[in-house]
Design a protein around this ligand. Structure first.
Ligand code: 13P
Length: 306
């Protein structure tokens, strides 16, 4: 698409947005054109909070399905649109409700903590949810010593190291993009930029988490980079965040930890899909009432804990 088409598309999206009283939410991993047109840009926790607070009738969620579902759970009266139906999260699909029910049976009395990167049905079976920015705090706050943590094994391991007095039973799911970062990537990038601070997402492998300077959510990285005296940063998360890091910190340098890693489903949403979504009001997130009620309790408990 050339520049003129892009500008026209942007204009039409903004017109439609006004007409339909919609708001555009986008995750930090989205492509630059989507980041630029979004009303709100953020990590999972920030976007969940915003989706609850905004007054618009329609939310268009440029991200992946579990994020749009979270918005629907928190604001069931609003129309929540996910522009691309196939924008799922392979990590969220790594545990089924049946598997979680079996795990609960094996560990009676344990509380289930589900990372937001999970389906609405998994959230509905959970005691509390967490995001990458608050998982440690959430588990610390739980009034029980035994926890079932699903579905991400790396974040689960990170939480266990930070909350050693609790037993954490960890489901072995992982993010396909973060799992690709290796120690060799880290060593090679460190050799090129020895003075750089290493900021990584807790979905990375544990050997990376152990060697990083900071383990942070995507918005945590933005805050750390802005406040730090350091000039260079090595970023261990999906490459989309680097656009925002550079834009907000023009005097600092950002490098991917090894070759850039891409979440394919995050990249499926472009201006064309966003336009179609607003125009045809597709794809609407529909969830069972009971699932919404139960999942809402788990998400709201998280919000109250942090
Ligand atoms: P954040 O909550 O840190 O933005 O992470 C979301 C995510 O899906 C990471 O893969």
């Amino acid at each position: 698409m050339d520049k003129a088409d892009n500008a026209m598309l942007r204009e039409n999206i903004l017109k439609l947005k006004k007409q339909k009283e919609a708001v555009i939410l986008a995750h930090n991993y989205q492509v630059p054109q989507i980041q630029e047109i979004a009303d709100y840009l953020g990590d999972s926790l920030e976007l969940a909070r915003i989706s609850k607070e905004v007054e618009s009738k329609v939310i268009v969620f440029c991200g992946v399905k579990f994020m749009a579902e979270t918005a629907k759970i928190l604001s069931p009266q609003k129309k929540v649109l996910l522009p691309v139906l196939e924008a799922g999260c392979p990590l969220a699909d790594m545990i089924t409700p049946q598997q979680l029910l079996e795990l609960k049976k094996e560990h009676p009395g344990a509380w289930v903590v589900s990372y937001v990167n999970s389906s609405a049905q998994i959230k509905a079976l959970s005691d509390v949810c967490c995001t990458s920015s608050n998982a440690v705090k959430v588990v610390k706050n739980i009034p029980i010593d035994k926890v079932i943590f699903v579905p991400d094994k790396n974040l689960g391991w990170w939480v266990q190291t930070r909350v050693p007095d609790k037993e954490v039973i960890i489901w072995q799911g992982y993010c396909e993009a973060h799992q690709q970062f290796t120690l060799e990537d880290l060593e090679e990038t460190k050799k090129m930029y020895p003075d750089a601070r290493v900021l990584v997402h807790p979905e990375c492998r544990k050997e990376i988490l152990l060697k990083a300077d900071f383990v942070l959510s995507t918005s945590g990285m933005l805050i750390r980079a802005a406040q730090s005296q350091a000039k260079r940063f090595i970023i261990g998360t999906e490459e989309g965040i680097i656009y925002r890091l550079k834009k907000e910190n023009p005097n600092k340098e950002f490098y991917s930890l090894g070759k850039e890693k891409v979440c394919e489903t995050m990249k499926k949403t472009t201006l064309v899909e966003l336009y179609e979504s607003l125009d045809k009001e597709i794809y609407q997130i529909e969830l069972d009432k009971e699932v919404i009620e139960k999942a809402k309790k788990a998400i709201e408990r998280m919000i109250n804990y942090v």
